[in-house]
Design a protein. Sequence first.
Length: 104
Amino acid sequence: MRPMNEGSLSGEIYEEYAVLSVDDLSRLCAVDRTYIVELVEEGVLEAIEVRAPEWRFPGAALRRARTALRLQRDLEINLPGVALALELMEELERLRRELRMGRQ
């Protein structure tokens, strides 16, 4: 019989209320911090604290950054295209929520 921890996965859960730094995002996405800066410069991510010594992001930025990374890696979309794709995906989700609310 194998010990419980052998071969098991571990991870961290970041809720919407979490506040992440550039270093947190780069570590959790397994990218260089310059990639996170590029996402901010392109408008893919928005910092909630800009005047702090380092940008701070809401927990939802982790999901958005990972989605951007997948779009860029898997579909070979450039950063302006990633920003547009994310905007369209969010608009589609908003419209779907509205439709569901209208049916209730």
